[in-house]
Design a protein around this ligand. Structure first.
Ligand code: HEM
Length: 549
């Protein structure tokens, strides 16, 4: 970016003095932002309550948003209402370097590798919540998914004490913390209103409970495998441990970041499948083929489910739960001929970018095949952005995708579902800060006819493999082999460590979350493993390069 010099971004027409476009925005934030972007293009601006907002959409303007440094675009102004919940000195209330160290500490529990430990807990929670469903019934889908995903998150992240011994008290603490997330907290975080008093009491009590568990665990020989324990064992670069305030804040931060985002997405997966029966059939056929009726849903059996994965990706394209990502401009920024001034806010808007027809073909259609290997419409990382992008791309994305796949691997093999109301009445509720399907969101279920399910082990006796799986390309043997190397895009790598599982000879992720490339050369024999590493990298941060003739 270059300082100053350019024109001001074009401004949207209309709006009232000072209030700006607040009325239209508040009545439907997505509709408003989509209209402004459609009229103004990739960079355009408007005012809300005296604050100038520059809206960046499309892949090039999104790149400016995601690739600018924290010093240029400040996250903390946008998330400051969370400080009383996360705690003083935590994440957005900490200096930039400290915030980024804290965010990195969450990674070891959220990487694909950590799913080995989480997978049986997640599957167990799905089994548990449907244990008393019986043969048929009706559920409120949004409430069901919220309950299921808070159970899985508290189990995998907070650990068994909160999930089992303190589950009722935790539910009440969590409720009070959630109620404390209110726009008033942007400007008056300590207003003496009941909501905020309850929020502060809940945060204090949670920290007491966390402290008691830290002390109890210190005397335990066998340590549990959850995020809580990882944070107890974690050290800052200068060697200091996290204190109880910090452990509490980071745990709460992870739960808040992952809860409604995951529950809303899971609810939309079922709704879109029910709105598109032919896609439901293909998804279920894939699951039946891979797992059969009794096949175990595990870390390994879940790895390749291209149809279900593409359905989840398509749901996230059309219904990303975070519709507006915000930063405050700390230093003037240049985009093409425009200058965005320090003090203005910039917004990225994933659902608007996801509906641009030069980036996604027929963008309003629900079409999971757009992500198949021959189309790969998600390969432009600055266009497909349900998890954000760049340095602050969602670090829980592997956890979220694994969890949603596990939920449907259990549910779809066990039950048939149908919408209770007319399909077009199931829509997003854009009034929510984290967008979810509008309630009531009723769905009926009926136990599946066991005879209708494919046999557990296909005709060959081995678990059937789904078709459409992107098989690594085998290179034909040649006399003169060109040298092959692998490269890491450091701006994209977040240390998920998927690659270390595929090719430990090349990749290693240290406790600091930083990927070490052990060797660049890839022999012909190693190529398949490295290709799998590149294929499964959640951030597409690996590139394989062939040199020579
Ligand atoms: C950040 C989306 C699930 C933890 C983000 C961001 C997005 C996002 C868009 C970027 C925010 C920004 O740039 O301002 C989602 C979606 C999810 C999901 C759509 C589910 C479908 C999760 C889960 C966790 C999680 C399950 C953890 C358990 C985080 C964290 C960050 C983050 C820690 C901050 C990363 C950083 O700034 O370095 N998420 N998220 N998310 N998310 Fe997620």
């Amino acid at each position: 970016s270059v300082q100053g010099g350019g024109a001001a971004p074009p401004a949207a027409k209309g709006g009232f003095p000072w209030f700006g476009h607040m009325l239209s925005f508040a009545s439907n934030p997505f509709k408003f932002v989509e209209k402004v972007a459609r009229q103004g293009g990739e960079i355009t601006s408007f005012k809300l309550l005296g604050q100038r907002i520059v809206l960046l959409t499309g892949d090039e303007a999104s790149e400016l948003f995601y690739r600018s440094s924290d010093e240029q675009l400040d996250q903390s102004a946008a998330y400051k209402l969370m400080t009383p919940i996360f705690g003083q000195g935590l994440v957005f209330d900490a200096p930039i370097a400290r915030k980024n160290e804290q965010l990195r500490m969450l990674m070891p529990s959220l990487r694909v590798e950590a799913m080995r430990d989480h997978s049986h807990k997640i599957v167990g929670e799905v089994e548990h919540i449907i244990a008393d469903w019986g043969d048929s019934g009706e559920i409120g889908l949004v409430a069901f998914m919220k309950q299921l995903t808070i159970n899985t998150a508290s189990h995998c992240l907070l650990g068994r004490e909160f999930r089992y011994e303190l589950s009722e008290e935790f539910a009440s603490i969590y409720h009070d913390l959630e109620q404390g997330v209110h726009p008033l907290a942007y400007h008056f975080p300590h207003l003496p209103i009941p909501k905020f008093r309850k929020r502060d009491r809940a945060r204090k009590r949670l920290q007491e409970l966390v402290g008691a568990i830290v002390r109890k665990r210190a005397n335990q020989a066998e340590k549990p495998s959850d995020m809580f324990q990882t944070l107890i064992d974690m050290r800052y670069d200068d060697g200091t441990k996290l204190d109880e305030n910090e452990i509490t804040g980071l745990l709460v931060g992870a739960i808040f970041a992952g809860h409604h985002t995951s529950s809303g997405t899971a609810a939309w997966v079922l709704l879109e499948l029910l709105k598109h029966p032919h896609i439901l059939k293909r998804t279920r056929d894939e699951l039946d083929g891979l797992l059969g009726r009794k096949g175990e849903v595990s870390f390994h059996s879940m790895r390749d489910m291209p149809m279900l994965e593409n359905v989840v990706k398509e749901v996230l394209r059309l219904h990303p739960p975070l519709i507006i990502l915000m930063r405050k401009v700390a230093e003037d920024l240049r985009f093409k001929n425009y200058t965005i001034k320090a003090g203005e806010m910039v917004w990225a808007c994933p659902p608007v970018t996801h509906r641009l027809s030069h980036l996604f073909s027929n963008p309003y259609a629900f079409d999971p095949d757009r992500f198949a290997p021959e189309r790969r419409e998600d390969k432009n990382l600055m266009a497909y952005q349900p998890f954000g992008g760049g340095k602050h791309k969602c670090s829980g994305n592997a956890f979220a995708l694994f969890q949603i796949k596990a939920i449907f691997a259990v549910l779809l093999r066990r039950y048939e579902f149908e919408l209770v109301d007319a399909p077009e009445t199931y829509v997003d509720n854009y009034a929510d800060m984290i967008v979810q399907p509008k309630e009531p969101c009723r769905v009926r279920y009926r136990r599946r006819d066991p005879a209708g399910i494919a046999s557990d082990y296909g005709a060959s006796g081995a678990p059937a493999k789904a078709s459409g799986c992107p098989a690594p390309a085998h290179q034909p043997a040649a006399v003169q082999m060109p040298a092959i190397t692998v490269m890491v895009d450091r701006q994209l790598c977040q240390g998920h460590a998927v690659c270390t599982g595929e090719s430990p000879a090349h990749f290693q992720v240290g406790d600091d979350g930083i990927l070490k490339l052990l060797k660049e050369e890839v022999s012909e024999a190693e190529l398949e493993k490295v290709q799998l590493a590149a294929l499964h990298c959640p951030n597409a941060a690996l590139r394989i390069v062939r040199h020579g003739p």
